[in-house]
Design a protein around this ligand. Structure first.
Ligand code: SF4
Length: 190
């Protein structure tokens, strides 16, 4: 379901927050030390900013991510007895959690139908005209209208995989793409 390494919902939340503007592989290099030092929301909420910044620095935007990790952990402790909440509205109130992160948590942790729209999902869906939208929030709603609900979480992964492996941002591999005959955008790249 996700390439991020985690063993519980709290760890997945931390890993997804770290993955903003960063690869999953890079996050997976950082989280072993992070999880070993801060194994609970309580521990991370009281982390020293400098220590945390040092550990996560290679993930980029480390000052903002440090603020978000401490803030989100504090909120988990204060509002949810250290548990990750299970509704999108509650998740969106956590610092560092946008719709993409919230939807990943809902799908992976709670098994709910959700379409997390990241840069790959957004690009591939637009190119294929599966749905047209100008923002990821609008794309999420547009995809929900055209994909059966039972397939939402799967579709998220199919689109990401296709974007990473074939429909690259700068130079999509249209001649090798199995969707070539169906894709209205192929003519722009061939
Ligand atoms: Fe992307 Fe090209 Fe395939 Fe269309 S044909 S989905 S633009 S790789």
């Amino acid at each position: 379901m996700t390439a991020l390494h985690y063993q519980n919902p709290f760890q997945l939340l931390v890993a997804v927050i770290l993955s903003a503007q960063c690869t999953d592989a890079r996050v997976n290099l950082v989280t072993p030390e992070l999880f070993a030092r801060y194994s609970t929301p309580q521990a991370l909420a009281s982390a020293k900013r400098r220590d945390l910044e040092r550990i996560i620095k290679s993930c980029g935007f480390f000052r903002m991510k440090t603020r978000n990790l401490i803030g989100a952990s504090s909120m988990l402790v204060e509002r949810y007895r250290g548990q990750v909440p299970s509704t999108i509205d509650e998740l969106l109130e956590l610092p560092g959690v946008g719709r993409k992160t919230a939807n990943v948590i809902l799908a992976v942790v709670f098994g709910q139908a959700a379409i997390a729209v990241d840069t790959h999902v957004f690009r591939v869906a637009n190119r294929l005209r599966l749905a047209r939208a100008t923002t990821s929030a609008k794309m999420e709603l547009a995809l929900q209208r055209v994909i059966p609900q039972a397939q939402w979480s799967h579709a998220h992964h199919w689109l990401i995989y296709h974007g990473r492996q074939v429909c690259h941002a700068r130079k999509p591999a249209c001649p090798q793409c199995v969707l070539l005959d169906l894709c209205p955008s192929a003519k722009y790249f061939l």
